[in-house]
Design a protein around this ligand. Sequence first.
Ligand code: NAD
Length: 478
Amino acid sequence: MKETLIHYPHFIGEKQYEGTEKIIVQDKYLNSALATISNGTETEVNLAVQAAREAFNTTKLTPAKRAELLYTAAELFKERKEELAETITMEAGKVITDARAEVDRGIQTFIAAAEEGKRITGHTVPVDGQSGNENRIAFTIRKPVGVIAAITPFNFPFNLTAHKVAPALASGNTLVIKPSEKTPVSAMKMAEILLEAGFPPGYINVVNGYGHETGSHLLKHSGVNMYTFTGSPDIGKLIKNNTGIRKVTLELGSNAPNIVHHDAENIKSIAESCVEKGMMNNGQACISVQRVYVHDSVADIFLEEAKAAAEAMIVGNPLEADTQVGPMIDKRSTERIESWVNEAVMEGAEIVAGGRRKGSIYFPTILTAVKSSMKVVCEEVFAPVIVVESYNNFEEAIKEANQSRFGLQAGVFTSNIHLAMDAAAQLEFGGVIINDVSTFRADVMPYGGIKDSGIGKEGPKYAIEEMTDEKLIVLKTH
Ligand code: NAD
């Protein structure tokens, strides 16, 4: 290990807190050590929760003040945008143009949370509509839940952390963040900037470490009021099963379907979009295009255009401006997708493009002639791989799309408004995107899945609802 390697310990209260054991964070393209973090034990988890509790109990900030601090943080993020983007690229392998876009989106998430935090409302309850309650006025207000544990994944280390941190702070909560051990540096920089912006010590704490160790301690801690988790369905279930009756929101995976009907406008650009958004972030997004159902009559042209688009993608060093596909998060993930594709091919799938690996880079891959039982179809691929299947009638395509244990977002392309609305009604997903791919996300929209894709919504306005308790007040007037 190089002497100069930056070490990121834990962030507890107002100071960096050393641990005993160190974990190496890799540069995902160079495959060399980028930094080290501490591996949090029960002691550091206890200290972090204690600091968050103390700040919550003793240092109240008005909604206007919280918004002001969040706006200040947004300005500081802007000043350090390039540094933050390069951090994302190195620790996550994300191509630099997408990393810059992620920082921009994260800044918008902070600004949206600042705005939403200024208009948290309850509602009037018309109790006098029931006879006998005429002399009462009732209304609700929303109160912060208290200490929130935010457990985050590797694939959007800045913006997905922002989606938890910004609404939690905007609504008056304090936080213990447990970032992915694969991409912890973005979260450490975010915490440092939030403190610099003026949040009081204890509002934002970061405990680094492995999920099964540090994360497990955090799940057991009775001082945490709510868990907000983004990650894999297996860990999501584990979190739900281990946190008793406390609040939990789970943003989990999917195998997003996209239906392309024969009457959709511009099949070429739809094919290009499906490829671009299937391969973006190396396919490691929970709403990446994965399953594409294309009407028989346009399937050949779709495949031809999709193949051309996939083969034209520039693959390589994520820090270079033109690169579109870089390394996956680790060699193990690349080997996993390689074995899934090979297995599908053994069972009859055909490779239209890609289908090969170089180190931890997997080349943009399109498969066809797949079966619904193949892992590349029924599991979450989380890799630059899409499968394209043709269909004969629209109802059949909707049925296929619904044949999944997941339900995050789906895309539908058609110029027929009646079919579009049928699809919107029948698709069993948290969101249906019409005339764009399943990958569309605006950070202000309600975002979250059904079935194994999770419970609860993100998007600052909706996350604030999750992160506050509704309290009823009844006033007897005479
Ligand atoms: P992961 O589940 O492996 O890890 C996520 C976090 O959980 C990490 O911080 C990890 O350390 C922690 N963790 C692991 N084991 C734990 C345990 N036993 N106790 C407590 N914490 C534990 O997920 P990942 O590989 O980092 O991310 C990829 C997954 O995230 C994919 O399934 C993807 O679809 C999903 N995801 C979902 C959304 C969404 O908004 N729905 C967004 C991004 C990613």
